[in-house]
Design a protein. Structure first.
Length: 549
């Protein structure tokens, strides 16, 4: 790191060598038959003066979160092993420029596993948040180095001739990546770099490869970097039968659910369970809200099945929320009593372990596996010639219009009915309706204007954030009171801890009261005429003639 002056911000990265300007990135060439490593080296030696370095074996492992947050932020995390030495580096995806490097005693699982003073900790925390670093792919390279020398025997350019093999992290899949030539420029010697690169491209006919080493390795194994996202992304045909379209929507949700099962069972990080539960909630919402499309008995059967999945995953997720927020809880208390809260953390961790075991048993059970198998089988079947529901053969865009408009009107009606004396339950019910409306818009987003749906979702999210905070503060306060009773019963607390928890409950209730005061402002913005007009424009299909035959 001492060779680099690293200036980092949330918006940009500027990485410079001391002196003048940004260095050339490493340039990589793919070697194709009839050329091979020996032939390329021989051709290079005909025109340039080189000194060989000893051959070596380099093992690289690449890491990212399950949802590819580093890749999405334009970064690559690489562990490099040569002999007994090991180095962990974070670099830019596009240019290959280093951001920071470290030599940790153990590989970090989370950003907070690194030392507070390690610059890599801040970089990772900014991108990964609560997600774990997981191995993505392994690459083993047999490398022969060459140094190009000038008349004064100074090194003006470096080469690496490589044979690489990529393998999956479990070692079950392997793919040869062939032969490669890497040019590594030396600072201040641009002319040799440009001269040799022209020779390689024109005389040897080797193509430059822009993709990063990690990207090439992942692709060699038949995978797609950034291939997982919990965000909904459908491309629906407006005239498609509603039952066929909804089966496609449900298949996408099922893929997300299944992708998160192994990580949830292994408890790799809390977001696996979060994404799994969101996929289940969306599935149940689609089953219940898009009415008259699928067979009613089928809908009821699978709705009950997914309600069970929600039930067996709920307790673990509830404790996850408190563990994730624990440091924030501590900081909200006066400094003199913060450490008194630590027995609560121990209590939460103990019960999290017990609930996680129950959760893992549930997701490994024959009942869960059977539910997933039956659901997939149903979704992959073709739709029947004779529709099983009154809206099954209706164009999906008409069904979408109808359902979104009806749910929007329900949200307006419920929100307008809330007054200063309304019970908390009224706000909780409104939140449920808002979530259903948001899911519907997200399911059918591809049927409408991106700009318009983005505005609708933004206005709805602002209201949902307020309603979510209001309910969360209430639930957290009530649950902390229940935890206190359990801790007393289990004799795992003290008077000081109970007092600290009581202060925390009081603070949460104050925050809930503030969220309630903000509600009418948030709802008024959602209910303003411009937003109502946007819904009318988006869903008034008769006026636009979009569904005319």
């Amino acid at each position: 790191m001492s060779r680099w002056d690293v200036r980092c911000s949330a918006a940009s990265l500027s990485i410079r060598h001391p002196g003048n300007g940004i260095a050339h990135p490493m340039t990589t060439y793919k070697i194709f038959a009839p050329l091979n490593l020996e032939g390329v080296e021989a051709r290079l030696r005909e025109g340039f003066r080189f000194q060989a370095e000893r051959a070596r074996k380099v093992e690289r492992r690449f890491f990212d979160s399950f949802d590819w947050r580093l890749y999405g932020a334009g970064m690559v995390m690489e562990e490099e092993r040569v002999g007994r030495s090991r180095r962990l580096a974070l670099r830019e995806l596009e240019s290959g420029h280093p951001i920071c490097a470290t030599q940790p005693g153990e590989l970090p699982r989370f950003a907070w596993d690194l030392d507070m003073q390690d610059p890599m900790r801040a970089e990772l925390a900014h991108v990964l948040d609560m997600r774990a670093l997981l191995p993505v792919v392994k690459v083993v390279s047999h490398t022969r180095g060459l140094r190009m020398l000038d008349d004064e025997d100074k090194t003006v350019l470096r080469f690496a001739l490589e044979q690489s093999v990529a393998s999956s992290t479990d070692g079950k899949r392997e793919a040869s990546q062939g032969d490669w030539l890497c040019l590594m420029p030396v600072r201040g010697y641009d002319v040799p770099f440009e001269k040799v690169s022209r020779f390689i491209e024109t005389e040897l006919g080797l193509p430059r490869v822009a993709e990063d080493r990690m990207v090439r390795a992942v692709q060699a194994l038949g995978q797609v970097p950034g291939g997982y996202s919990s965000k909904l992304s459908y491309s629906l045909d407006p005239r498609q039968r509603a039952d066929a379209a909804m089966k496609g929507v449900h298949l996408g949700l099922l893929e997300t659910l299944e992708a998160n099962v192994p990580g949830t069972i292994a408890d790799l990080d809390s977001e696996f369970l979060h994404d799994l539960r969101v996929a289940v909630r969306r599935t149940r919402s689609a089953l219940s809200q898009v009415k008259g499309v699928l067979d009613p008995e089928t809908v009821e059967y699978f709705n009950q099945g997914f309600a069970w999945v929600q039930q067996i995953t709920g307790a673990t997720r509830d404790i996850d929320v408190y563990l994730l927020a624990f440091d924030h809880y501590k900081e909200s208390l006066p400094e003199a009593v913060r450490e008194d809260l630590e027995p609560l953390r121990s209590f939460l961790r103990h019960h999290h372990g017990m609930e996680q075991k129950r959760l893992a048993r549930g997701l490994r059970s024959a009942r869960f596996r059977g539910l997933m198998r039956e659901w997939r089988s149903f979704l992959e079947e073709g739709v029947p010639l004779e529709p099983t529901g009154p809206n099954a053969a209706t164009a999906i865009v008409e069904v979408a219009d109808q359902r979104i408009w009806k749910m929007y009107r329900r949200v307006r009606k419920e929100g307008r009915a809330i007054g200063p004396d309304s019970e908390s339950e009224a706000l909780h019910e409104l939140r449920k309706s808002c979530k259903k409306l948001r899911y519907l818009i997200e399911f059918f987003r591809s049927l409408f204007s991106d700009e318009q749906t983005a505005q609708l979702i933004k206005a709805l999210k602002q209201l949902l954030d307020n309603l979510g905070a209001y309910q969360d503060y209430q639930v957290q306060a009530e649950t902390l009171e229940r935890f206190a009773e359990q801790m007393v019963a289990e004799r795992k607390t003290s008077t000081r801890t109970l007092l600290a928890m009581g202060m925390l409950v009081g603070d949460l209730l104050k925050r809930q009261d503030q969220a309630r005061k903000e509600f009418w402002h948030r709802f008024a913005r959602f209910d303003e005429p411009t937003n109502r007009q946007l819904y009318r424009q988006l869903l008034a299909h008769e006026a636009h003639g979009r569904h005319a035959p």
